[in-house]
Design a protein around this ligand. Structure first.
Ligand code: GCU
Length: 389
């Protein structure tokens, strides 16, 4: 693999000398680069946004947890652009740390409970139970294996999830109906608001709500996601330092993977199949994976010094587990420089052998997915970094 850049080297070639210089000079350079060249501009918090709690039920899972459903009305109106947060918090904790992540098919897919509102937004018709891009009742609970809610709650963590398509539908023309419609000034330009940018922005808007909820410890919100939602989680963590911890589960290209490690999805391919995920400017790097002067470790460097876990699956080939490991290795010097625990390993570990510092990595055995094993690692990583148990 050809040389990848030193995250501690400023654009002028000098090496960062102090923490202050990191935060005042290098970090802003990186943020500017990824905003203008990769994920696009992001709007501010909408002035008229308001929250409507549509359900507040403190006796779910036999009294284990409270479930809330919250409509985030971006324009302040019931008919305008909006997303719905599904939030579970454990009843035995006053204000709980929580995992926040986007889901693929609607909040109703996360659990089969009939009280969960079914998304009315566009859903991919390849999903079982989706007819003409609308989710039906038979999509209830189809992702419940990926969201082991009771197990997470019993470990003292809450869970908040949002359907990504409520924010921006995941197809090329999706910007025509997503939140992008609210920001015409950010569209039609080379650093346009991308779908990935919109999703990350939506996660920040969820954070705006979570800051108001007394059942949530807003200093302990872990933004996480699998695959494309893992890419969005990383970018959300990179752009919004209110997120106390970030977990990338098999985020692959556009996530934790280094493009310099050429394997499976490369820049040209991801830009061809999912052009909307990035701003137009990103296309200039098509076919330049090994010569680009940057790589994804520089995006993850924006998350430091906050804890970051990069999770891979051995047979998650599309996401290039070794490339993800190399991404973690490449960002590690930043953790070290900022006085945090860097990645404790330099060589790819065996499967199911987690290596946790403030920066962590593991490679689960098996396919591209999210298993209870993964949640167990997320919880162990959070417990370790937040000195719990
Ligand atoms: C596709 C895409 C990946 C993405 C994955 C997913 O395979 O090429 O980049 O991570 O979908 O989101 O499951």
């Amino acid at each position: 693999m050809s040389m990848i850049s030193n995250p501690l080297q400023l654009n002028n070639g000098k090496i960062v000398q102090s923490k202050k210089e990191w935060f005042k000079k290098r970090r802003p350079e990186l943020l500017d680069f990824f905003t203008t060249q990769v994920y696009g501009q992001m709007p501010d918090k909408p002035a008229n946004m308001r929250f409507v709690i549509t359900e507040d039920n403190n006796s779910v899972f036999n009294g284990l947890a409270t479930r809330k459903q919250i409509k985030v009305l971006f324009e302040g109106t019931e008919t305008g652009q909006q997303m719905s947060i599904l939030l579970y918090t454990p009843n035995d904790i006053k204000s709980a740390p929580i995992f926040l992540g986007l889901n693929f098919n609607g909040n109703q897919a996360v659990s089969d409970d009939k009280n969960i509102a079914i998304t009315t937004d566009w859903v991919n018709s390849k999903t079982k139970g989706v007819i003409n891009n609308k989710a039906t009742c038979s999509t209830r609970g189809i992702a419940s294996k990926q969201w082991p809610l009771e197990m997470i709650l019993k470990n003292g963590y809450g869970v908040a999830t949002i359907y990504a398509g409520d924010i921006a539908p995941d197809f090329k023309e999706g910007y025509k109906t997503g939140v992008q419609t609210l920001y015409p000034e950010l569209m039609n330009r080379p650093d346009n608001l991308s779908t990935m940018g919109a999703w990350a922005w939506g996660l920040s808007r969820a954070m705006d709500y979570l800051e108001t909820d007394k059942d949530v410890d807003d200093k302990k919100v872990i933004v996480m996601g699998t695959s494309r939602m893992g890419k969005a989680a990383l970018w959300a963590g990179a752009t919004d330092n209110r997120f106390g911890m970030v977990i990338s589960n098999e985020s692959g290209a556009g996530g934790a993977k280094l493009y310099h490690h050429v394997y499976e999805e490369d820049i040209a391919q991801i830009c061809r199949v999912f052009p909307h995920w990035f701003s137009t400017n990103f296309q200039q790097f098509n076919h330049k994976d090994t010569t680009i002067p940057f790589d994804q470790h520089l995006m993850m460097a924006l998350i430091a010094p906050r804890p970051l876990l990069v999770a891979s699956a051995k047979e998650g080939y599309v996401c290039d587990p070794y490339g993800e490991f190399l991404g973690a290795v490449a960002v590690s010097p930043v953790y070290d420089f900022l006085g945090k625990k860097p990645l404790p390993i330099q060589l790819l570990p065996k499967e199911n052998e987690p290596a946790f510092g403030t920066l962590g990595y593991y490679m689960r055995s098996g396919k591209h997915d999210i298993f209870p094993y993964d949640w167990e690692q997320f919880i162990a990583f959070a417990n370790l970094n937040w000195n719990k148990k």
